[in-house]
Write a protein that binds this ligand. Structure first.
Ligand SMILES: Cc1cc2nc3c(=O)[nH]c(=O)nc-3n(C[C@H](O)[C@H](O)[C@H](O)COP(=O)(O)OP(=O)(O)OC[C@H]3O[C@@H](n4cnc5c(N)ncnc54)[C@H](O)[C@@H]3O)c2cc1C
Length: 815
């Protein structure tokens, strides 16, 4: 008998795969009973049913590792809780390295894992062989062993989550497709199904590879695309025992798993095949795609070298099934910026089984609490750009995404496909001058400049990469003469109207009720005092403010801004990113150079730090703002796009006399690290407060009317700070820091680095990172010293400072 569908629910989850059922399970754990899950066919019939079931824990970033770690713990207890078998086993896993760089990557990952108690051991080739006796380890340099990694039966695990959810009160409806999401234009209000409408306070899309099309219909962009994904299962494999850990051989794009006496060999090949680019067939259910032995052959051949006995065993099953991939190989979680109360958990890039527990938990907490329960920026749906949903972009990019799971996670690695999406007006000029571009939010930005005779291409390494010396020269130009950066990728918004000042005062922690022509550095805080955004605001007229923020966070920040403009306020926010190109001219000679091309008085008296006004360069009128992210005297120039190239040419022509160099993002990063300028997304996030981040100089607690987050911040001010952002410099000039390295003080791990770079001027690797202590982190505790930072298993002594190591009094900035 068909179950009667409800007309209303507190939350409707669309999609009955491992992810949707996990969200339902976790919502009921939080006490929500009125939870309805709708599945168009049968539970697991999308991608979940055919997963290989690996449940690894070590991910590329700390937070994603924490979520995978939680999943493992959950699956280990789910059967006991629900009475439904899951097939979960903890036989551990081994990842092997066949070269030193891969081994360093694995060891760096193992070091990171220590910061939250995940058990990882480095192992030798002989130890690998003793755990996997049939392996050929002749070319193996070493590996890591995670004894608690697991494997599970994806169907049974999903059924257990579904059972747990129904035990908690959720209702699950199969064979009931959602046709569209209802909304009132601002917020999701329910779903339209085959059998009528269900109104809901919250709608959650956990619809796997179907998500992009369903979301597009209600104006929401979810860039993901299905790709073919392969494994084979052999006939009975003599000598394979049931206690074997999962084996990953990332250098050969393969994983090996014992499966009821057979071998399951899976692939993460570098050139994936997009599937169903024009839409998933309506009747797709427990579907398989045609085999493609030719595509799989390189993996199979390499696997035969790793496991020679494989040559003598027949293949029983060649499996090809679709899975959705995203442009940056990270899943999408959270409330969509386009529609409030529409949440998503989708695009799991072949790690949906191992991610589902953690992702389901934090998404449920996000829905119930109204905010992410931890820093989830890595996977936050707001990082995505609308253009990424384009078919041409996506189908090309996902050919690369799939392979990146097992590719080297090189520092500064750049995508190779779907490049050139967003070009600044200076692009061709920069290219002609040797720019090697990197991509951020689709923007092509020079990361470094190759001198004549040097090819502008990356040679990756965990050691000094080929651009290191060139970026050092750019860095020194910033410190000694003058350098120019293309910062067009900044996101820019105008906030205008009679109430603009009042609205922004409420959103900003700093005081923005300033005279026209002042630039204010400020954070936007949430109600918990956490930093939602870190940006500058320039008052350009009585009722007009220009907000400038990073390109990568533009979508998130304008979303926050718009949601905090009260309905009845006379204020509107408009994105003006495309209308202004930006050049940043920084260094001790910046004043002389810009005075020469503009004729303007740029003296301290006429143009002090933190001010902004219009000047003329060549034939262009533009806005010059005296601020810096590199810790030197300098100006950012906001130029109407159509005038931009003329301004660039004028500065470059005049620049020779002043020692001008073009500089890229690597030099900018190393300069900002010397000055300990924070970077949102690394050093500061929605779970860090200005007190913890050392940013109270930009907060005005006493300003009239208060601001969002003030009360939480003041409450925190009354207690000892249990974590504080500290700048570190390694004593040994050789090692390099990236981020996520453990910070030791004596015998205790006290935190991990949030960002790292070599400071070319200071001549040492630098990092920022939070030091924690349950009784409070005092200045005395930092002064005690004894800090070390662990890099790939080796600890290096580090000095620590609460004030910037470079120019702590900002004399150069104000000079
Ligand atoms: C060959 C292969 C091997 C894999 N191995 C592993 C592994 O070892 N470990 C691992 O962690 N991951 C693995 N994965 C990935 C994993 O299977 C997926 O990431 C995971 O299953 C995704 O789960 P999901 O719930 O997001 O999607 P799905 O399982 O696809 O669930 C989405 C559901 O939404 C339903 N739906 C869609 N549209 C609607 C609608 N309009 N109305 C109602 N219902 C709708 C669909 O029918 C579907 O059941 C593998 C994938 C493949 C292809």
């Amino acid at each position: 008998m068909t179950k009667q569908i409800p007309s209303h629910a507190q939350v409707v989850i669309v999609g009955g795969g491992v992810v949707g059922t996990s969200i339902a399970y976790h919502l009921t754990k939080l006490g929500w009973r009125d939870v309805v899950l709708l599945e168009r066919k049968r539970l697991t019939s999308g991608t979940t049913w055919h997963a290989a079931g690996l449940v690894g824990q070590l991910r590329a970033t700390a937070n994603l590792t924490k979520l995978a770690q939680y999943t493992t713990g959950l699956y280990a207890t789910l059967e006991k809780e629900t009475g439904q078998a899951t097939g979960f086993m903890q036989r551990g896993s081994i990842s092997i390295a066949t070269n030193e760089e891969r081994f360093e990557e694995l060891k760096r990952g193992a070091s990171m894992a220590k910061t939250f108690g995940l058990e990882v051991h480095g192992i030798t080739p002989a130890e690998i062989r003793s755990k996997w006796p049939l392996l050929n380890v002749d070319d193996v340099v070493g590996g890591v062993f995670l004894p608690n990694d697991g494997q599970t039966n994806p169907i049974d695990t999903t059924m257990a989550l579904a059972k747990g959810a129904t035990m908690g009160g959720a209702r699950i409806f199969e064979n009931l497709a959602v046709r569209s999401i209802s909304s009132n234009g601002k917020r999701a209000t329910g779903v339209v199904t085959d059998r009528g409408e269900i109104s809901a306070e919250y709608v959650v899309l956990a619809t796997g590879m179907w998500s992009r099309a369903l979301a597009r219909d209600c104006g929401v962009d979810l860039p993901l695309q299905a790709c073919e994904h392969f494994y084979i299962v052999t006939e009975n494999f003599p000598g394979l025992t049931a206690d074997l850990p999962v084996l990953r051989d990332p250098d050969h794009c393969a994983y090996f798993k014992e499966d009821a006496g057979k071998l399951l060999l899976g692939a993460f090949e570098p050139n994936a095949k997009p599937w169903a680019v024009d839409g998933i067939p309506e009747d797709f259910e427990f579907g398989e795609l045609p085999e493609d032995l030719e595509h799989f052959t390189p993996i199979l051949e390499a696997a035969m070298k790793r496991l020679p006995a494989l040559e003598r065993v027949g293949i029983r099953k060649f499996f090809n099934g679709p899975e959705s991939f995203t442009p940056d190989v990270r899943y999408m979680l959270g409330e969509t910026p386009e529609l409030a109360h529409l949440y998503v958990a989708t695009g799991f890039n072949s790690i949906g089984i191992q991610s589902a527990g953690g992702a389901g938990k934090v998404l449920a907490e996000w829905i119930v609490g109204g905010h992410p329960p931890m820093d989830l920026w890595d996977v936050d749906v707001r990082r995505m750009q609308p253009f990424q949903s384009g078919k041409a972009y996506l189908t090309q990019r996902v050919t690369e995404s799939l392979g990146l799971l097992y590719a080297m996670h090189w520092p500064y690695r750049q995508y190779e496909t779907s490049r050139g999406m967003r070009l600044s007006p200076f692009h061709e000029r920069l290219k002609a001058r040797g720019a090697c571009f990197g991509e951020a939010a689709g923007w092509e930005r020079p990361n470094w400049f190759a001198p004549p005779g040097v090819a502008p291409v990356y040679r990756y390494s965990y050691k000094r990469q080929n651009w290191f010396a060139h970026a050092a020269v750019e860095h020194e130009a910033v410190r000694e003469t003058v350098a120019m950066f293309d910062m067009t990728s900044f996101a820019k918004f105008l906030v205008q109207g009679r109430d603009a000042e009042g609205v922004l005062q409420r959103i900003c922690a700093n005081d923005i009720a300033v005279p026209i022509g002042r630039v204010v550095y400020t954070q936007w805080l949430n109600e918990r005092g956490g930093i939602e955004a870190d940006l500058t605001i320039t008052r350009t007229a009585e009722n007009s403010f220009m907000v400038v923020t990073a390109g990568a966070t533009g979508r998130r920040d304008i979303g926050w801004l718009c949601r905090n403009i009260p309905e009845d306020a006379r204020a509107i926010a408009t994105e003006i990113t495309s209308s202004l190109a930006v050049l940043s001219v920084m260094g001790p000679n910046a004043r002389a150079l810009l005075a020469a091309v503009s004729g303007a008085d740029l003296s301290n008296a006429a143009f002090p730090f933190g001010t902004s006004r219009e000047i003329t360069i060549g034939r262009a009128r533009l806005r010059a703002s005296r601020i810096t992210y590199v810790g030197e005297l300098g100006w950012e120039l906001y130029i109407p796009t159509e005038f931009a190239c003329g301004v660039f040419d004028a500065i470059v022509v005049a620049g020779d006399e002043f020692g001008l160099r073009l500089a890229g993002m690597h030099a900018m990063d190393s300069c900002r690290m010397e000055k300990a300028y924070r970077h949102w997304g690394h050093d500061i996030s929605d779970e860090d407060t200005p007190l913890e981040a050392g940013l109270m100089f930009a907060v005005k607690p006493a300003k009239q009317g208060g601001f969002i987050g003030r009360d939480a911040l003041m409450r925190q001010a009354d207690r000892p700070l249990t974590k504080r952002l500290v700048q570190f410099a390694l004593r040994d000039p050789e090692p390099l820091l990236y981020h996520n390295e453990p910070i030791w003080q004596g015998a205790r791990i006290v935190g991990r680095t949030t960002s790292g770079a070599h400071g070319h001027h200071l001549g040492r690797a630098l990092a920022l990172g939070y030091v924690t202590h349950p009784d409070g982190v005092s200045a005395e505790l930092i002064a005690e010293g004894g800090f070390e930072i662990e890099v790939a298993g080796t600890r290096f002594a580090a000095s620590a400072s609460l004030t910037p190591l470079y120019d702590p009094k900002s004399a150069r900035v104000r000079g």
